[in-house]
Design a protein around this ligand. Sequence first.
Ligand code: NAD
Ligand code: DAU
Length: 359
Amino acid sequence: MFKRFKMKRKILITGGAGFIGSHVVRLFVNKYPDYLIVNLDKLTYAGNLENLKDVEDKPNYVFIKGDIKDEQLVRNIFEKYDIDGVIHLAAESHVDRSIQNPMEFIYTNVIGTVTLLNAARDYWKDNYQGKVFYQISTDEVYGSLENDDEFFTEQTPYDPRSPYSASKASADHFVRAYHNTYKLPVLISNCSNNYGPNQFPEKLIPLSINNILNFKPIPIYGTGENVRDWLYVEDHAKAIDLIFHKGKIGETYNIGGNNPWRNIDLIKTLCRIMDEELGREPGTSEKLITFVKDREGHDKRYAIDASKIKRELGWEPETDFQTGLRKTVRWYLNNQDWLKNIISGDYLNYYERQYKNRF
Ligand code: NAD
Ligand code: DAU
């Protein structure tokens, strides 16, 4: 009905006010002035329109506050904006919250995804030509690795071990099932840990930056030997752009930083950078490291084999970790109001309950 949008593409990005979503929205709005970008976000504790201040007035950008589980709203958006592509990022994304309250993860990550799939299928069903439903997933669906020489490939069987990863795995299965059953044109990518500006400060790196800044303990779960593969968020956004445009329908692509770090080593590096940036005595921040009770079911190691996306689409991470980490630290130091504004309300309550009583 909304064919009056004479744009080349009309893309629905879900979760565009969150950490990764805001970088994807910015990239698409600026790089493709002839695309209409519709951002549907519920603005949960993790969504923040401050992340998108620089694009909010662009003529090719529309923001809609709403829930991906709201079937009528989602169907209306497809109709109204004649959506021909979906990049689906909206999710409950924090493992620790999923351990506390799994239901919310099932509602948003599973039912929300299926609500979007149904709307896409119904709106596109007469013509799948040029349409794509792109599911943004995680390496956590593959489970946990034991050894340093092991990597997740696209063939690694799913073995989710937390309520979060189980909900993402379930959503991925529905996406594949809709491709197999209804021929819905889908793409999936599974990415490793992202870091960079605008990440909500309950995740390891921004939480630690905030605590160091305020001389608070840095909580390291267990012995700090768990390994994560870190990727700068703008590199992820570029991979998403490439897969959306060049990915082969029905395929899965792993995205990773080729950059596995033990948590304790990463935090020591971060402490050193923070001391330098804040002009503190070397060693000041490291004294804040505090080992706390381990996360229940804590996955030991994630590491991505990203050779397929390199071979087939020519993507590689561009930002080396030292540069990316320093850029991230500087962003948080220059945007302390952003931090202060969001460490309030729901988050503070959660933070008080989950972290403060550990010390
Ligand atoms: P985030 O928690 O920062 O943002 C999630 C966004 O989704 C928020 O803006 C929130 O308001 C919105 N949202 C939540 N529930 C919603 C609902 N029911 N309806 C509409 N909007 C809703 O998450 P993130 O870290 O940016 O992750 C984005 C996506 O990428 C997720 O699907 C996540 O599983 C995936 N992913 C994240 C990482 C990572 O390291 N952060 C790595 C790989 C994959
Ligand atoms: O691998 C991709 C995933 O990365 C994404 O799918 C998730 O959405 C994202 O949240 C992230 O999950 P992690 O659980 O790996 O991220 P988090 O920042 O919570 O934790 C990173 C590591 O640091 C993990 O081993 C747990 C540990 N940790 C975390 C926090 C918050 C600590 O030791 N202390 C902490 O306070």
